[in-house]
Design a binder for this molecule. Structure first.
Ligand SMILES: Cc1ncc(COP(=O)(O)O)c(C=O)c1O
Length: 453
């Protein structure tokens, strides 16, 4: 992995880099209201970990320490993140947000323009930036779905889609999928399958059942028995260790949902927007969906933004009463300003993404055959891959080796045997080669340690 000289990189930032804030920032109490953010002047990882421990949680400090090998993040550009010890690590993680890499110049420029013009907006007057973002998004999906709701994160989009489905159908039951992940807010959590995220919580605000992804009859049975408001699925499950759902089952589910008047909601917050090759996996498969949910890279990896893009029928309750669901910062113009350049840049890099996807697919197949005892399976599509190891211990050991080598990946909380790899469009073949070499080395070392024991 490319490692900058710790002394050199540190000296550059100490000298008052662009994120330095006021010149005397390092001498201030960073807990004081209005104190400058310590990036740049304070590559003081220990203090950051102390604050994380004190104000957030010891576990978060521990995992941050583990991922950065004692350093904290202080900057990023393209596919590399700069750490406080001067290292530059290669980002194949970040939970699928920086599809374009970090700080894409066209996105940063558009957000700057919005910041200089009308940053928070009034929230009561109509805003051209937000309206333009909606029309750009509808056109991006080739006018298949005309209505838009903007949220700040994925769980917002999930909650709004389910709320609309319940109101528009007059029914309350929802069918989600085993292994599916849809967020952790109390409504979205009802759809998320893993009990890990529900520990200590009893009951659910939405009446949800979970279908087995192999059970083609699941929707027909559920719809004829109970009356169903909606089915919600990730065409490629991300958090569950990267599991593409069988297209034939999805086709059957969608047809049965339609026949019984249930809405079809494709959660593409992780797999959509060309992460898995297509603008929408569901639309590309020809599935008759009522909504596609997008988030993560929608704000270009620069600002938080998510959206429900849906049919007139699903949106009808909100069309009738626009205040039925709203949020102070939903459709925030700073976030919406990022959308048009982000989608344009994703399209510009789509062919490049296919080349990277081929390189990942071939390289990971080689990894699998070189380490057949340690690697159980490799799953994925496009720029979303999961390497499944023989045990959670082995996978954890590999992640530790990758952190040492300077490769950032995203573990899967609900499937701890899988290491998730999310290369960005800012990578070239050399970075894919670098990541695959690091993975090969970390796998060999971890497997050897495992056999020693
Ligand atoms: C498919 C899917 N849906 C919903 C979410 C929730 O998104 P957020 O964490 O932005 O609320 C995620 C997050 O990983 C996701 O992968």
């Amino acid at each position: 992995m490319t490692r900058g000289s710790a002394a050199g990189a540190g000296a550059g930032r100490e000298g008052g880099g662009v994120r330095a804030g006021r010149p005397d920032a390092a001498a201030e109490d960073h807990g004081a209201p209005g104190a400058a953010v310590p990036y740049g002047r304070l590559p003081d990882a220990r203090r950051t970990f102390d604050l994380v421990r004190r104000h957030f949680s010891p576990g978060l400090a521990l995992t941050g320490n583990f991922a950065g090998r004692g350093a904290v993040e202080v900057g990023a550009e393209g596919c590399r993140v700069t750490l406080s010890d001067g290292r530059d690590v290669l980002d194949f993680g970040s939970y699928a947000v920086p599809l374009l890499g970090h700080r894409h110049p066209a996105v940063v420029a558009a957000v700057h323009r919005a910041l200089d013009t009308l940053p928070t907006a009034t929230r009561s007057l109509a805003n051209p930036v937000t309206a333009q973002a909606a029309t750009t998004l509808v056109r991006y999906f080739e006018d298949a779905l005309p209505k838009v709701y903007f949220g700040l994160n994925g769980a917002d989009a999930v909650e709004v889609a389910v709320k609309l489905a319940r109101l528009a159908s007059g029914r309350s039951r929802v069918l989600a999928v085993r292994g599916g992940f849809h967020g952790k807010s109390i409504g979205a959590l009802a759809l998320t399958h893993s009990p890990l995220f529900r520990a200590g919580l009893r009951g659910s605000v939405t009446d949800v059942a979970h279908a087995d992804p192999e059970d083609a009859e699941a929707v027909r049975r559920a719809a004829s028995r109970d009356g169903l408001a909606a089915i919600v699925f990730e065409p490629v499950q991300g958090e569950n260790g990267v599991v593409p759902l069988p297209p034939a089952v999805l086709r059957r589910w969608c047809a049965d949902a339609r026949r019984h008047g249930a809405f079809v909601i494709a959660d593409e917050i992780q797999c959509g927007l060309r992460r898995c090759g297509e603008r929408s996996v569901a639309l590309a498969e020809g599935l008759p969906v009522d909504a596609v949910l997008v988030g993560k890279p929608l704000g270009g990896g620069v600002v938080p933004l998510s959206a429900v893009v849906c049919s007139e029928e699903l949106y009808a309750p909100l069309a009738a009463d626009p205040f039925l669901h709203s949020a102070t910062f939903g459709g925030h113009p700073l976030a919406c300003a990022a959308l048009p350049p982000a989608l344009a840049a994703i399209e510009q890099r789509a062919a490049h993404g296919r080349e990277l996807a081929d390189a990942m697919s071939e390289g990971l197949a080689r990894l699998r055959s070189r380490h057949a005892g340690a690697v159980r399976e490799v799953r994925g599509r496009g720029l979303l891959w999961g390497v499944d190891y023989a045990s959670p211990h082995l996978a954890g050991d590999v992640v530790l080796g990758l952190a040492d080598a300077g490769l950032l990946v995203s573990p899967c909380l609900s499937r701890p045997t899988t290491v998730r790899l999310l290369p960005s469009l800012a990578c070239g073949p050399p970075e894919v080669g670098e990541a695959l070499a690091a993975l090969d080395h970390a796998t060999a070392e971890a497997a050897a340690r495992c056999t020693e024991k």
